[in-house]
Design a protein around this ligand. Structure first.
Ligand code: FES
Ligand code: MG
Length: 562
């Protein structure tokens, strides 16, 4: 229906007085829009990941309407479109397996549609990062708006955030939670739409988007169903019109320095380990890299300033009352580069706010909530291309630890044998799970937080060193070494670990080592073979997915589009 092959901006196409413009306007007129409406510019797409298969994003339909209000008020034409949506709770084998597909969906829709700018509506863990990756590659002006955290639940009379689920699951396994308790938990686990209500992956990524200048300042933590978030949606609609008029594309905003600021923010809030993968993938989309040494340096010089769950003790609403991300950026003023642009298209220094004297969650760098190095990049004979530990969520007494390995080959093996008494698992054992990396998972399922064997749980053991090529939920805690690269399924040393081998974790030295002599190791052959992919997306995925140190992006999506 158009002169195919000619790529034009939305405004240009809609203003065209020839057949293409006529057809473009005519179809929208057919959908009930007025002549004035289809003559408005710029044309703003609203990429919406609302889906009944994604309750965390359940508020995005309403937010899309608010965004439209802002776009129209600023003189633009809003056009909402759906993309796929990825819910942590539902997508198997892993939402990460489909993250790159959502990124491609988003990119192609932005590039192929007659729009001049886009608002990205995401929320649940993979949606915001995938949308940002797609928008970075698409190269049109973009702003994200996250779904916002859902309300807190109440459990046994107390406020409960989602991360308290994990110890309750352990309680159930240990037989200390009755059937009635289990049913009560189901009813109160998630009270309302919105993303997980701690600094898990979804909230961390909302913070990242804001720090990067890809979301309006002050919007990351606003509660999902609040009037403030609805108003922020309208403001985002106005702001994207301005950004599109200014022609400010993501690469103008997401500079190397902005990526460093975002990484510092992840460290300063004790954010999700998953965010490191996503940030690395985003950098890759712009032809930039974030080497482990540089990240470690940033981590080592960034104190944990937010005392927020799951790394800390406070709820997100405490962080919000303390001024949220603009106050965080203020607290990091001596460390972050405040000349980078905020989502309001001006230097961040114009958007920082002072931390109130009454602040309870947000601390100053001089009196932080925890030491620097909340994220530790590990390397060693067990992880030649790196691994990651969330130090702020780990047990101090395990940060220097040597113990015998107990190895599980995949999740089924883990569940079948974790409570097998003949394994002789002691509290100093190191639990190893392999075959669950980007290729082996596939998609690095969030299974790196291996359960503590029931017998040890009953003896009061709550943490052990655990090592895998998987990820873990941003809401989980423990001394958990993740993202081991290369993974076992592509021949990484994790594949040749045997029960009883000594593994040494030395966080102070950034090391994770398999204490087996090199000749012996060389003589071992891995039992893993990469899964053969028959067809479709899986074939594309397995042929092109990168390891954790590249952010698990597809090789052909990295770099700046020519
Ligand atoms: Fe969707 Fe946590 S499961 S945000
Ligand atoms: Mg998650």
């Amino acid at each position: 229906m158009s002169q195919e092959g000619i790529v034009r901006s939305g405004g240009e196409l809609f203003a065209d007085r020839g057949p293409d413009g006529l057809i473009t306007r005519g179809f929208l007129r057919g959908a009930g829009r007025s002549s004035a409406a289809v003559g408005a510019a710029p044309v703003i797409g609203i990429a919406n990941t609302w889906s009944e298969l994604n309750p965390c994003n359940g508020g995005l339909r309403e937010l899309a309407e608010q965004v439209k209000r802002g776009v129209i008020a600023a003189g633009g034409l809003p056009l909402e479109f759906p993309t796929i949506s990825l819910a942590e709770a539902f997508v198997r084998p892993s939402s990460m397996y489909l993250r790159n597909l959502l990124a491609m969906d988003t990119e192609e829709m932005i590039v192929g549609s007659p729009i001049d700018g886009v608002v990205l509506l995401g929320g649940c863990d993979k949606t915001i990062p995938a949308q940002l990756m797609g928008a970075l590659s698409a190269g049109k002006p973009a702003l994200a708006l996250a779904a916002g955290p859902r309300p807190l639940s109440r459990w046994r009379g107390e406020e409960m955030a989602v991360e308290q689920l994990w110890p309750l699951i352990d309680e159930r396994r240990a037989g200390r939670l009755s059937d009635d308790d289990w049913s009560a938990l189901e009813a109160c686990l998630s009270c309302g739409v919105g993303t997980c209500n701690v600094m898990g992956t979804a909230t961390t990524m909302a913070v990242v988007a804001e720090v990067l200048g890809m979301a309006l300042p002050g919007t990351a933590l606003l509660p999902a169903s609040s009037a403030a978030r609805a108003a922020a949606a309208e403001e985002t609609g106005r702001a994207i019109v301005e950004r599109a008029r200014a022609g400010l594309v993501p690469a103008d905003v997401v500079t190397e320095s902005a990526l460093h600021n975002a990484f510092r923010a992840i460290c300063a809030v004790g954010g999700s380990t998953n965010a490191v993968l996503h940030l690395t993938a985003m950098a890759g989309r712009l032809g930039l890299s974030l080497p482990a040494e540089r990240l470690q340096n940033l981590s080592d010089t960034t104190p944990l300033v937010a005392d927020v769950k799951p790394s800390g003790t406070r709820f997100l609403h405490d962080f919000q009352s303390d001024g949220a991300v603009p106050a965080l950026m203020g607290a990091l003023a001596g460390l972050a580069d405040l000349d980078q642009l905020s989502g309001a298209d001006r230097p961040w220094r114009d958007d920082v706010v002072a931390r109130p004297d009454t602040a309870r969650c947000l601390r100053s760098p001089d009196d932080p909530a925890g030491p620097a190095s909340s994220l530790t990049m590990l390397r060693g004979s067990l992880a030649p291309s790196g691994a990651l530990l969330k130090r702020s969520a780990a047990s101090k007494h395990l940060l220097a630890h040597r113990g015998p390995a107990v190895v599980f080959d995949g999740v089924e093996d883990l569940h079948r044998r974790i409570d097998d008494p003949t394994l002789g698992i002691g509290e100093s054992s190191v639990l190893v799970l392999r075959g669950v990396g980007p290729v082996g998972g596939p998609g690095m399922p969030e299974v790196g937080h291996l359960p503590i064997p029931t017998a040890l749980l009953n003896r009061g053991v709550t943490d052990m060193v655990r090592v895998s090529d998987a990820r873990m939920s941003g809401t989980a805690t423990g001394t958990v070494v993740l993202h081991v690269a290369p993974e076992s399924a592509v021949g990484g040393p994790l594949g040749v670990v045997r029960d009883g081998d000594l593994i040494e974790l030395d966080v102070a030295a950034n090391r994770i080592d398999l204490l087996v002599d090199a000749r012996e190791l060389h003589s071992r052959t891995t039992t893993f073979t990469a899964k053969a992919a028959a067809r479709g997306y899986e074939r594309l995925y397995l042929a092109h997915v990168g390891q954790a140190d590249t952010g698990c992006d597809f090789d052909f999506l990295r770099g700046v589009p020519q």
